[in-house]
Design a protein around this ligand. Structure first.
Ligand code: TMP
Length: 223
């Protein structure tokens, strides 16, 4: 039997990302998303950015470390995309092509939010790197866990020593949050915004409902 392009598209795994400022509970909820998909018989792997490969995790250590003199914004941006290039080629794309779904704790929306919003790097520079490193690859769904900066930072503050990003100012995180919300507002078909101020079980139900919407849309698009 001939394999049509729609067969190939049907077989390809889906790419879901969780985003938000520090302390919104991404890591906690990532496990729930993965279990939810597994319970429905979907092959799925989880990962994170920066990181996800041995070299990417080493770059993550450099990026989060406070042991160096202040890092230039361009260096930070390029290291994020260097880690992403490894992650895409050695982890994300092979999984998607094998029909496995990938759930990532952060991806390029974080670069627009943190390096673009937080560090005020022009968005055009980020778009050039996105195109270069990713080509047409974009998440199928990005779930933005949204909470106020005061809530997020208060929760993150309970986790112990602050990394280089967690030491940033409230206004830095206000800019990060504003970019996330703006991107979600401009592309509602690709984002789901979940109110992360609510208690854990409410956030989890809202988030899993959005995953079910995606599953339904996938089913509808099948021949
Ligand atoms: P986290 O994954 O534990 O939240 O930590 C990763 C940190 O890296 C977080 O503060 C956001 C930051 N980050 C960026 O600044 N740009 C990026 O592109 C990514 C993926 C993460």
């Amino acid at each position: 039997m001939l394999t049509s392009s729609s067969d190939t598209a049907e077989k390809r795994g889906r790419f879901i990302c969780l985003e938000g400022i520090e302390g919104v509970g991404k890591s906690t909820h990532l496990g729930a998303v993965v279990s939810h998909l597994r319970d429905r018989g979907i092959p799925v792997v989880s990962t994170r950015e920066p990181g996800g490969t041995p070299l990417g995790e080493a770059l993550r250590d450099l990026l989060l470390s406070s042991n160096f003199p202040p890092m230039h914004g361009d260096t930070e941006l390029l290291l994020m995309f260097a880690a992403r290039a490894e992650h895409l080629r050695h982890f994300i794309l092979p999984a998607l092509e094998a029909g496995t779904w990938v759930v990532s704790d952060r991806f390029t929306d974080a670069t627009y939010a943190y390096q673009g919003g937080g560090r005020c790097i022009p968005v055009e520079r980020i778009a050039i790197l996105e195109e270069w490193v990713q080509g047409a690859v974009r998440p199928d769904l990005t779930i933005l866990l949204d909470a106020s900066v005061s809530t997020g930072l208060a929760r993150a503050g309970k986790r112990g020593t602050a990394d280089r990003f967690e030491q940033e100012t409230v206004s830095f995180f206000e800019r990060v949050r504003a970019v996330y919300l703006d991107r979600a507002y401009k592309a509602p078909h690709r984002y789901a915004v979940v109110d992360a101020e609510a208690d854990l079980s409410q956030v989890k139900s809202a988030l899993l409902a959005r995953i079910d919407d995606l599953l339904l849309r996938q089913a509808d698009s099948l021949p």
